[in-house]
Design a protein around this ligand. Structure first.
Ligand code: EPU
Length: 432
């Protein structure tokens, strides 16, 4: 404990950000969190050493590494962003609560472990701050493929001597359930058809990784996937480059949108972000495709627009905190509708502390743009809300201090360094 008179200590890390003039320069988008975590889980499906590159330096990757190590994998970082995952087949398919509760993507080991080892015991993953996140669709899909489930003492346990193909129709295109069923179906007997499958770029990345391993998957990128089961010996480990993170790319766009200026976002992929980029354009951002990425500029006050979140190719719920932040300083009134996680509005209270004029009712928010926010201490409640607080700080007079930044560290590789490199007045304050 620091006892020096007049010097305050902070108990947790925080980010301090100040309203910053036009940004300029170049930022590289790291690999996608929501892709790499699934690719790591999929490496359980084959013996040998898988190599992944463009692996983001984020805490969720560390936690997933710990989880896979606890299951029996050997994981090494060969160089920054390059990871090897070795599976000797000596896997204990039991995932401990201490690790599962830290990371929602731990549910992605369910399909691979069940298909490969016929048994899995996994602590039930917890919710996020934005609400309950059930796994009923994962379970129903695997049951249709012949698995039996037992849920007791906070664990979900699944058994299947051999999974078989099935016709599965989702009520809703769940990302995680699509991924788990695809991975399980790769090693099942016969053909599995998934109707109303999710088709996010991260799912395409997973399918391409599995196909390179030897899987047979048709309809990749569509809502109707057909997976023809193969034998364990048909799969082999591969080297794969993770796709860039579209949500991180949007974060740097949102930063320019509220601070003004022009930056080049290298590795950002327009084809992964068509709809959200149209909406950024409606708000007054100029986005041009250039070699190696997207050039983004914003030179006038943003304009209001209505936004509704939807599964891909619609506007992802993960963009919403950024968009509400942008709209809170735009000219006019916007209506934002959340269709995936009704409770995902908690950060609105934090934006209100910064002077934003937002009213929520059910799964809608009415955002009346104000010319400027005013800096204050705020808290990050989840990964995306945390990044939105940082962006809000760029539009707020004076200093904004964001606590709870362990959430940001889960999904953002050096957000502070990247924003500072394009001229933002931002620092990380570590406890001491
Ligand atoms: N749902 C069910 N039952 C299920 C599965 C999902 O009711 O069995 C519901 C959920 O409660 C939610 C909706 O379906 O209301 C969408 O859930 P989905 O399964 O599609 O999401 P997820 O796989 O749990 C991933 C991302 C999230 C992102 C969502 C939606 C990962 C690790 N997480 O979650 O990302 O918000 O898709 O796009 O891939 C983040 O990165 O910060 C994050 C939260």
């Amino acid at each position: 404990m620091n006892t020096t008179p007049g010097r305050s200590t902070i108990a947790e890390a925080a980010i301090s950000v100040r309203r910053t003039g036009p940004l300029s320069g170049q930022v590289k988008v790291p690999g996608a969190k929501n892709s790499v975590l699934k690719l790591m889980a999929a490496s359980l499906m084959t013996d040998g050493t898988t190599h992944l590159s463009n692996v983001p330096g984020i805490v969720d990757v560390e936690i997933m590494s710990e989880l896979l190590t606890a299951l029996g994998m050997r994981i090494e970082t060969l160089s920054p962003g390059v990871m090897s995952l070795t599976n000797t087949g000596a896997i204990t398919p039991v995932a401990p609560y201490e690790l599962v509760e830290k990371i929602r993507a731990s549910i992605n080991v369910l399909g691979p472990l069940l298909a490969r080892f016929g048994h899995v015991r996994l602590a039930l993953p917890g919710g996020d701050d934005f609400g309950a996140r059930p796994i009923d669709m994962h379970i129903a899909g695997l049951e249709a493929m012949g698995a039996t489930f037992k849920i007791s003492h906070g664990d979900v346990e699944a058994f299947a001597d051999r999974l078989h193909g099935a016709d599965i129709a989702f009520d809703f295109p769940s990302v995680g359930a699509t991924e788990n069923i695809v991975m399980a179906a790769v090693l099942a007997d016969g053909v599995t058809r998934i109707n109303n499958a999710a088709r996010e770029p991260e799912i395409i990345d997973l399918c391409e990784f599995l196909i390179a391993m030897g899987a047979q998957i048709l309809g990749v990128g569509t809502a109707r996937l057909e997976i023809i089961g193969v034998g364990r010996d048909d799969l082999r480990p591969v080297s794969h480059v993770t796709i860039p993170d579209r949500i991180q790319a949007a974060t740097y766009m949102a930063a320019v949108a509220v601070a003004g200026g022009e930056i080049l976002i290298t590795d950002a992929r327009r084809d992964h972000m068509e709809v959200v980029l149209t909406r950024f354009g409606d708000m007054g951002c100029q986005i041009d495709s250039v070699e190696g990425g997207l050039r983004v500029s914003a030179n006038e006050r943003l304009r209001s627009t209505d936004v509704a979140t939807l599964p891909y190719p619609g506007i992802a719920t993960d963009y919403k905190p950024l968009m509400i932040t942008m709209l809170s300083v735009a000219e006019g009134v916007s209506i934002v509708t959340e269709n995936l996680y009704p409770g995902r509005f908690r950060y609105v209270e934090e934006l209100q502390r910064l002077g934003a004029d937002i009213r929520t009712s059910g799964h809608h928010a009415v955002v009346r743009g104000v010319p400027r926010l005013s800096g204050a201490p705020v808290r990050a409640h989840d990964i995306r809300a945390g990044a939105a607080m940082v962006v809000a700080g760029l539009a707020a007079e004076g200093e904004t201090t964001i606590s709870g930044i362990h959430h940001i560290d889960r999904g953002y590789e050096d957000l502070v360094g990247r924003l500072a490199s394009v001229g933002a007045e931002i620092t990380r304050i570590d406890p001491g």
